[in-house]
Design a protein around this ligand. Structure first.
Ligand code: KG4
Ligand code: ZN
Length: 365
């Protein structure tokens, strides 16, 4: 079953085709990072407008890459669409205007091509990057993760620990009570004068820094598996103010000019080590309590090498990591989850599918 997935929840316009949930036929991701960079973050109106401009060419390219390697066919071409068995689309959570573009496009395609339509939760979708066969020659023994499966979802908008008994049968163990971990990376990077998105910038700066120079606190939460990153973010800001000899009300955008590159790199590495340890400690706690058969990570921060290395050192189970391109937002994970969803649930009526910008991970059977 070939599913065409559409993902436009934030600032990536992505369309992918995945066969039977595990075989990647195409995954086109058009990032708007260069557009939003100058504003230091995603501007919702610009994101929605950019999706409108990009969505049709991205669908075209995804179909061509999946089914027409020999030449270029037009999006109207029936021969291309004959290979597609269903459409999947992210309907939440995410930015309202961005979600609307993807959902309206998917609804229109489902109606005009007479294809079943599956609505997908973006956060749950991140977990399914791990169900896509990496097709690497060094990985001939690849198999999808086994259940029960513990999933750590770490992105720009979410930080959650979820225990899956099976596809669609999961329990939310805990989540961040304030900022998401990716958001903390982005905010700390901004104070340090590092470019957006902050995660990759901090990761790069950390390679040159010493993670043991500064000691930052890990917040204690009442929920056993809950996280918090806002205290850590403030502790980093206070440390920078102290190093620069500036009061709390000094403009934070001016602080980075007063730091040496060496100090900036040491702060990056010390922050990264603490942020990562926060989620690794809770993952280990959950592993010890629930003894899952597999552990997976998903979301943009899953591309972080310090996270991968700390997990490797802490957990007694081997983790098969998805490629960094499948960790950040992409439509392949959406199409993959839709396949497993299609085995249990009916498609929705394309006339009535609405977006849900604040959609949560619900417990479904
Ligand atoms: O999953 P994603 O692409 O979008 C959301 O659903 O939020 O995640 C984006 C987040 C950003 O906060 C970005 O800074 C972070 O993932 N990120 C990273 C890395 N690559 C992306 N954080 C740490 N290390 C990375 N290598
Ligand atoms: Zn995401």
């Amino acid at each position: 079953m070939n599913i065409l997935g559409i993902e436009t929840s934030c600032d990536e316009t992505s369309v992918a085709v995945v066969k039977d949930g595990t075989t990647l036929l195409s995954n086109i991701v058009l990032s708007q990072i260069d557009i939003h960079k100058e504003f230091g973050g995603v501007v919702p109106e610009i994101a929605a407008r950019s999706h409108i401009e990009a969505i049709i060419p991205v669908i075209q390219e995804s179909l061509n890459q999946a089914f027409n390697r020999g030449g270029v066919k037009q999006i109207q071409d029936k021969a291309l669409w004959n290979n597609v068995d269903a459409i999947a689309v992210t309907y939440g959570p995410g930015l309202l205007g961005s979600l609307l573009v993807g959902v309206l496009t998917a609804r229109t395609l489902a109606m005009t091509k007479n294809l079943p339509l599956y609505p997908i939760n973006h956060v749950e979708g991140h977990v399914y990057a791990n169900f896509i066969n990496p097709q690497s020659s060094t990985n001939k023994n690849w198999a999808p993760p086994e259940f029960p499966m513990l999933a750590l979802i770490v992105s720009g908008g979410h930080s959650q620990l979820v225990l899956f008994k099976d596809h669609g049968d999961y329990k939310l163990l805990g989540q961040t009570q304030d900022d998401a971990i990716g958001e903390a990376f982005d905010k700390v990077a901004r104070v340090l004068g590092l470019p957006y998105p902050g995660g990759p910038s901090i990761s790069k700066a950390s390679l040159k820094g010493n993670p043991n120079v500064y000691k930052f606190p890990i917040s204690r939460m009442s929920g056993k598996y809950d996280f918090s990153f806002s205290g850590l973010k403030t502790a980093v800001l206070r440390k920078i103010q102290e190093i620069c000899g500036k009061p709390y009300d000094f403009p934070s955008s001016e602080l980075s000019k007063l730091l040496t590159h060496e100090t900036r790199d040491d702060i990056s590495a010390s922050f990264q080590k603490t942020a990562v340890k926060t989620v690794v400690d809770k993952t280990l706690l959950a592993y010890n309590e629930f003894k899952p058969k597999s552990v997976v990570i998903g979301g943009g921060v899953a591309a972080n090498m310090e996270l991968r290395s700390q997990l490797k050192k802490s957990l007694p189970v081997q983790i098969n990591y998805a490629s960094p391109q499948l960790c950040t937002d992409n439509a392949a994970m959406i199409a993959s989850l839709a396949y497993f969803q299609s085995q249990r649930t009916q498609p929705v009526d394309p006339c009535s599918l609405e977006i849900d910008p604040s959609l949560r991970m619900e417990v479904r059977k």
